[in-house]
Design a protein around this ligand. Structure first.
Ligand SMILES: Nc1ncnc2c1ncn2[C@@H]1O[C@H](COP(=O)(O)OP(=O)(O)O)[C@@H](O)[C@H]1O
Ligand SMILES: [Mg+2]
Length: 360
């Protein structure tokens, strides 16, 4: 499926499903003038399909290793698969030196063939290893072994809110507010201290530990302001359609904490109602709904009438399409979530992002 998202003079944007199962926004460059090849050799080279060297290597490696076979790493005893994503498999393993269980994220061999995937994987590892916060899963560096890249992180003995939503219709407001506060506190640290934007906050990437600690995981799409500086508009933008912010859809390069605030707002809405902001049939329609000022999700109280007015206003403030009118800092989100938890109302009066008109 190829969908044109936005046209401008120089670029065309198309949404294409990627090998990792996520939608990629591909920006086609402006058409270039083509010159007729001058020599017979050049003509033959131009006519031949580009030799996908990486792909050839990739096929060779893939035949040897299935993603469900762990790499052979002497100090790790792989026990079971705990998560399977588009590009990697997460294992629970026993670390013989740490003498405790760890989670090991192993990048599929086929993605080790492309520099961009490895660079992003290393960015994820570096970020998870540099951030030290109880609300973010701790990483311990990466390595390459047995033909695959992997990294080690603390094992979270618990579950994701995505898996919880598969079992329950929705989650009680008080629990959702605690998730909101915990994630806001963790992401405030990541943003204020390191300039990190997660870019893929969603129920599947928020876990709860055995003792009830909320932990953000999967910084696989994260960006940092250091890398954003001097960055050109990306060739492709990756995200999860259900929770992605409008500015990510537009391929903006200067993402900041407000993009994550939108993703978290969409996640809290889903958790409290059991319904996504825009539960539409196809990804194109979902992305259009995120960016269109004319399309609003219903007030969450239409879905779950027991939700408070404060909660409805909080998620509405978080999901304002224009980021300049949304919450501007994680502190504001945290303080307003706290106020709602205590029975009050948010202080921010952003234009309503949820519709108070009930659609039958
Ligand atoms: N540190 C961890 N401890 C336990 N389970 C984890 C941990 N990290 C990830 N998982 C599980 O693995 C799944 C996939 O991991 P994630 O990092 O989100 O990969 P992907 O980028 O493929 O989505 C998560 O949804 C979660 O169920
Ligand atoms: Mg994930």
């Amino acid at each position: 499926m190829i969908i044109k998202i936005r046209n401008n003079f120089r670029q065309q944007k198309h949404l294409v499903p990627g090998a990792d199962g996520k939608m990629h926004l591909v920006v086609s460059p402006a058409p270039k003038l083509r010159f007729a090849p001058r020599t017979a050799q050049q003509a033959a080279a131009a006519a031949a399909p580009a030799v996908p060297t990486a792909q050839v290597q990739q096929t060779r490696v893939m035949r040897k290793v299935s993603r469900d076979t762990p790499p052979n790493i002497p100090f790790l005893r792989f026990e079971s698969i705990v998560g399977r994503g588009g590009m990697a498999v997460v294992w629970r393993a026993w670390h013989r030196e740490f003498n405790r269980p760890v989670a090991v994220k192993v990048l599929d061999a086929k993605f080790a063939a492309t520099g961009q995937d490895v660079r992003q994987f290393m960015m994820e590892v570096r970020t998870m290893s540099n951030l030290h916060h109880q609300g973010i899963v701790q990483g311990y560096g990466a390595d390459f072994a047995d033909g695959r890249y992997y990294f080690i992180m603390d094992y979270v003995d618990g579950y994701t809110f995505g898996s919880l939503l598969n079992r329950k219709t929705h989650i009680p407001e008080i629990d959702v507010l605690i998730v909101g506060e915990s994630v806001a506190d963790a992401m405030k640290y990541a943003w204020d201290v390191f300039g990190v934007v997660h870019c893929d906050l969603k129920p599947e990437n928020i876990m709860v530990d055995r003792d009830g600690t909320i932990k953000v995981t999967d910084l696989g799409l994260c960006q940092s302001t250091a890398a954003i500086q001097n960055k050109e508009q990306p060739d492709e933008v990756v995200g999860t359609p259900a929770y992605i912010s409008p500015e990510q859809i537009y391929g903006d390069v200067d993402l900041d904490c407000r993009a994550d605030i939108y993703c978290l707002g969409a996640s809290l809405y889903h958790m409290a109602t059991g319904r996504m902001l825009f539960p539409l049939a196809d990804n194109d329609a979902i992305l259009r709904a995120h960016v269109s000022e004319k399309i609003q999700a219903p007030d969450p109280r239409f879905v779950v009438p027991t939700l408070s007015e404060g909660f409805a206003r909080l998620v509405s403030n978080m999901c304002v399409k224009d980021r300049d009118l949304r919450y501007q800092t994680w502190d504001e989100v945290f303080n307003d979530a706290r106020a709602v938890e205590e029975g009050g109302l948010p202080t921010l009066h952003a234009p309503e992002a949820v519709s108070s008109i009930q659609v039958q």
